[in-house]
Ligand binder design. Structure first.
Ligand code: DP6
Length: 399
């Protein structure tokens, strides 16, 4: 934390990662507390490629709470933002009543300014709320000097945000208690446990805005019988198998379960009434391509997963990456310069064998993929030190 002597403005800046579920969260049993109908499991992506940065500031001189998101002032009265602010202040008060009277704790009664930016385009259609809420909660905890369980607070901003509080492989436990105190995130394995695992985000051209997760899953809970079956009979077993696959670095099982779970989530969307379609023609081509590729090799070398939109996230092992990327270039030829088409971690070039190109029976879709982000699993949130990193100045306004 840094303070300016004159105005006594306390500033903290933190960053937090995006996560992509391999066992999907879809459906709430409690919409206010954001308690899920099933457990879920995700991979935290590396912040070098995708992250949210948030500066939080508090001062006696601030008149009211304010928030700026990606350069625009937004309404801080949003109920989910308010839940997170209230919960963090409650934690801080608890610490004060336990006898802690440090200055950072007493500053919690001051008004707050929050400024947050993503290092990836919002237009990419990647869920940014998970990284955003995780970053907000983590930064506020640092500002007030509170420690302890933060995932249950981030969860009340956006369900998937609770998983962004940890690095590597993370599960969000279903929990049993009505107050949600046991519906928390925990790390299954650190990112260092599976360094060969690589991730490609295929940003697909989307013509229309899709149904948001919150309203989509609400309708699914109301109308889909498949959702109930999934939550009761399918996910508990898959969580167990997925944890084992991750700990044993068993890509066959990891990949197969990831694809099946994505498919079941989209089947639930189709079983919702009226149905929800997140996948488009290019998404379907990517699915077919992955299956043809795996069939050609006689094993699961690559896996796809899709969230509430047409973008694909590909999981694979480092050794298969060059060949699969070359195949993507063949099926989705692009006029975008190479350095803009594939961003992030470099991938070495590869030649495709004649047999492989023959076995891939897909008609090319030029411009089907806008660009690709190449990344891997990464660590959880962290504080960044030094005044240069702050997004707010000592006047409490965006720089
Ligand atoms: C398809 O966490 O965005 O990405 O809790 O209503 O904010 P709310 O929903 P959100 O839903 C994410 C859904 C998903 C699957 C997942 O990330 O597990």
């Amino acid at each position: 934390m840094q303070e300016n002597g004159h105005q006594r403005v306390s500033l903290v800046t933190c960053t937090a990662p995006v996560n992509i579920a391999v066992i999907k969260y879809w459906g709430k049993r409690d919409e206010d507390l954001i308690l899920p109908v099933n457990a879920s499991l995700s991979v935290t992506l590396h912040q070098d490629q995708l992250k949210t940065t948030t500066t939080v500031a508090c001062s006696r001189s601030f008149q009211r709470d304010r928030i700026w998101l990606n350069g625009r002032e937004e309404d801080i009265s949003h109920p989910r933002l308010q839940s997170c602010l209230q919960e963090i202040r409650r934690l801080a008060r608890k610490r004060r009543s336990a006898g802690d009277h440090s200055p950072d704790i007493s500053s919690m009664s001051h008004k707050l300014h929050v400024c947050s930016v993503n290092n990836f385009p919002t237009a990419a259609g990647l869920a940014s709320s998970a990284a955003g809420y995780a970053c907000l909660v983590y930064a506020l905890a640092r500002l007030f000097g509170v420690e302890g369980e933060l995932s249950s607070i981030a969860r009340q901003g956006s369900g998937s945000a609770c998983r962004s509080l940890y690095g590597g492989f993370v599960q969000w436990n279903l929990g049993e208690r009505p107050d949600g105190t046991d519906s928390l995130a925990e790390q299954v394995a650190p990112e260092s446990s599976w360094p060969e695992l690589r991730v490609l985000i295929l940003v697909v051209s989307a013509e229309q805005k899709s149904v948001g997760s919150t309203s989509g899953m609400h309708t699914s809970v109301e109308t889909s019988q498949l959702l109930k079956h999934r939550a009761d009979a399918v996910v508990p077993g898959r969580m167990e198998q997925m944890r084992r696959a991750i700990r044993q670095r068993d890509f066959q099982t990891f990949g197969e379960l990831t694809m099946k779970d994505s498919n079941q989530f989209h089947a639930v969307c189709l079983d919702t009434y009226p149905p929800i379609f997140y996948l488009n023609h290019v998404s379907q081509q990517i699915i077919t391509l992955v299956h043809h590729y795996n069939q050609h090799h006689g094993e699961t070398k690559v896996a796809y997963t899709f969230d509430a939109g047409p973008n694909a996230v590909i999981y694979t092992l480092q050794e298969h990456l060059p060949e699969f990327l070359q195949l993507l270039r063949l099926v989705f030829p692009s006029e975008v310069p190479e350095e803009e088409f594939v961003r992030g971690l470099p991938v070495s070039p590869a030649e495709l064998s004649e047999e492989l190109t023959r076995d891939i029976k897909i008609k090319p879709s030029p411009q089907g993929i806008r660009y690709i982000i190449s990344t891997k699993a990464g660590p959880g949130p962290c504080e960044v030190e030094g005044p240069d990193f702050h997004l707010l100045g000592y006047d409490g306004l965006p720089k």
